[in-house]
Design a binder for this molecule. Structure first.
Ligand code: DOR
Ligand code: ZN
Length: 343
């Protein structure tokens, strides 16, 4: 078996870089490995305007390590008052790469999201017309729907009909967690893709309850049963161009995790590629890692692939219990593949 793998440099098609002090603490871990990242707009004050996105992009670039080529790709946070003209202007000026749909109250800082898709029909039509991708947090929020069923119900209640109404709209079904989502994406022949996180490939819902309530494994959409994890692993490692890398790294301060009402989010940026590599190695699919991490995303977004490479080597790496005061995914574990340090 080979003990080195060199691939086109990867991108992260879904990450939370936060702002201010937290941004300073976390951005280097994404920039170390990924050349570009689709940056989520769910700041405490959501990024709803072109100007806000421009300013946020500047703050990210100022906080990024010097000498590292890292391009943040910005997203617009859709609300029921989003103006199609503003959105189009931001897209045509190259500020917005895509727009993010948060169903209201589905997750962190989503209160300003959308309660009724009909309210944004003209926005979606405009995006469809100009070729601007829609990134969807695909969960219903109805209190009577079991939290583990929210993604599957979203597909049936909203996603199927949205795809019929807007067949030319490019849709990324973000951080999918179920075999229903794998099947839905896998049965579509165009304009639909999905990102998959390292944690949804690595853990099932037992992890949240191992010896006690473990908030470090709590994220949204919540991790599901083992059968879903296995379906995600098959999809991610298949080489199918509809599935690509999106870490959903979502750091929270310790106080937000060590509490009786812990925040949703897993900070996986420090060892994300190593985590994916472990999964691909276990599935005997290392030859598909490059497609998942570095080729399928750019192809879907219509962007060029990166023109340099990174190398993974089969050298064990110990994940520290804390990284910059935050608990990283895989804390205290040993991963079998490591990213060769960049010079
Ligand atoms: O676990 C999550 N954390 N899921 C999300 O959808 C949002 C994210 C966050 O921003 O904390
Ligand atoms: Zn996210």
């Amino acid at each position: 078996m080979t003990d080195k793998l060199t691939i086109t440099a990867p991108d992260d098609w879904h990450v939370h870089l936060r702002d201010e002090e937290m941004l300073e603490r976390v951005v280097a871990y994404t920039a170390r490995c990924f050349r570009r990242a689709i940056v989520m707009p769910n700041l405490r004050t959501p990024v709803t305007s072109v100007d806000a996105a421009r300013r946020y992009r500047e703050r990210i670039l100022s906080a990024s390590p010097e000498g590292v080529a890292f391009t943040p790709l910005m997203t617009a946070y859709l609300t029921e008052s989003t103006d199609p003209d503003d959105l189009e202007q931001g897209f045509q000026e190259g500020v917005f790469t895509a727009a993010k749909l948060y169903p209201a109250n589905a997750t962190t800082n989503s209160a300003a999201g959308v309660t009724d898709l009909a309210q944004i029909a003209s926005v979606l039509s405009r995006m469809e017309f100009i070729g601007m991708p829609l990134l969807i947090h695909g969960e219903v929020t109805d209190a009577d729907i079991d939290v583990f069923d929210r993604e599957a119900v979203f597909i049936e209640r909203h996603l199927r009909s949205l795809r019929t109404r807007h067949p030319e709209l490019k849709v990324v079904f973000e951080h999918i967690t179920t075999e229903q989502a794998v099947d839905f994406v896998g049965s579509s022949n165009r304009n639909l893709a999905a990102t998959i996180t390292p944690h949804h490939l690595q853990i099932n819902r037992n992890a949240m309850f191992l010896g006690g309530l473990r908030s470090d494994f709590y994220c949204l959409p919540v991790v599901k049963r083992e059968q879903h994890r296995l379906a995600l692993r098959l999809a991610a490692t298949s080489g199918d161009p509809r599935f690509f890398l999106g870490t959903d790294s979502a750091p929270h301060p310790r106080a937000g995790k060590d509490t009786s009402c812990g925040c949703a989010g897993i900070f996986n940026a420090p060892y994300a590629l190593e985590s994916y590599a472990q999964v691909f190695a276990e599935e005997e699919a290392m030859h598909h890692l490059e497609a998942f991490a570095s080729l399928n995303g750019p192809a879907f977004y219509g962007l060029p692939v990166n023109n340099d490479t990174v190398t993974l080597e089969k050298v064990a790496v110990e994940v520290p219990k804390l990284v910059n005061g935050l608990v990283p995914f895989h804390a205290g574990e040993t991963l079998p593949w490591r990213l060769q340090p960049c010079m």
